[in-house]
Ligand binder design. Sequence first.
Ligand code: NCD
Ligand code: ZN
Length: 339
Amino acid sequence: MKEFIINSPLDMHLHLRDDDMLKLVAPLTSNYFSGALIMPNLLPPITTKEALFKYKQKINEACEGDDFKPHLTIFFQVDYTYEFLKNIQDEIIAVKLYPFGVTTNSETGVSSMDVEVLRPTLESMSKLGIPLCVHGETKGFVMDREKEFLPIYESLAINFPDLKIIMEHISSKESIKLFKKYDNLYATITIHHLLLTLDDLAGGMLNPYVFCKPIVKRPDDRQALLELALSAHPKVMFGSDSAPHPKNAKECHHGAAGVFTAPIVLQILTQLFEEYEKLDNLNAFVSLNAQRNYNLKVKNKTIKLVKKDFTIPASYKYKKEEVVPMFSGKTIPWSIEKN
Ligand code: NCD
Ligand code: ZN
């Protein structure tokens, strides 16, 4: 195989940030993707129509060309009214729920995951057909946080059977089992959870560039996720969770959680699906499943991958911002052919 075409790739979990960081990272996705689901965890988070419009405009200005559609989300609040949600519905693809303090910029997340506390907002969303994206982790032992959250996912799935619930960036084999049990549970998977385990983060020298929430886990978790992604299960979608942090916020005491992968995801996915002889499923995993699950009309975009070495840059810079991608300096066998 010397070349491979991906049609209208979609990244269903992406952090674009704000200001100069937004200007730096937005083109690295918008040049190669047809659309992306943009996370709302700015400081302060996106919770109003005004903030949403402003952010959408900044994103559009930061993206090159007009063949990329950012799908925005708002940050879950327990006091969103039915009227508010109805009024904002056409501007968003989903609402993202963060439990308090479990990841970067989640300090204003929900402090109780009790179904009765969440019910008013979730009932409105369910009636309006607005999907719910969830960062599913507790504050327990770091390797078990996702597993401990599964009963909450289960109770949400049972209590709101008409609500589409997306288990974001699943990282453990237990999550896969639950995801298969309920029709209204969907999932996204990142490339780092398909490639890495805790050993890559902390088994040798510490690698802050693969530190993220949820943390990368055991070999059997990685293997189970890989099988799910390679099979392109219809409810599973690619979501990079590319989450840029400035270099000095990664290489320091109290390093930030988040892996920056935007510029390498399509090349790595092609490499991975080729290695396991599953290239036939790649378009479903990076585009068709999301189109169907989210009822999306996509901007047509053909991305040609060619078998040509690509050395991942040491970093990407814009003005004072500098961000280091996962695998910086490594050479991978697939490149994106420039138009
Ligand atoms: C993300 C970020 O930096 O915004 N960090 C991460 O480790 N994945 C937030 C998130 O998606 O959890
Ligand atoms: Zn994220």
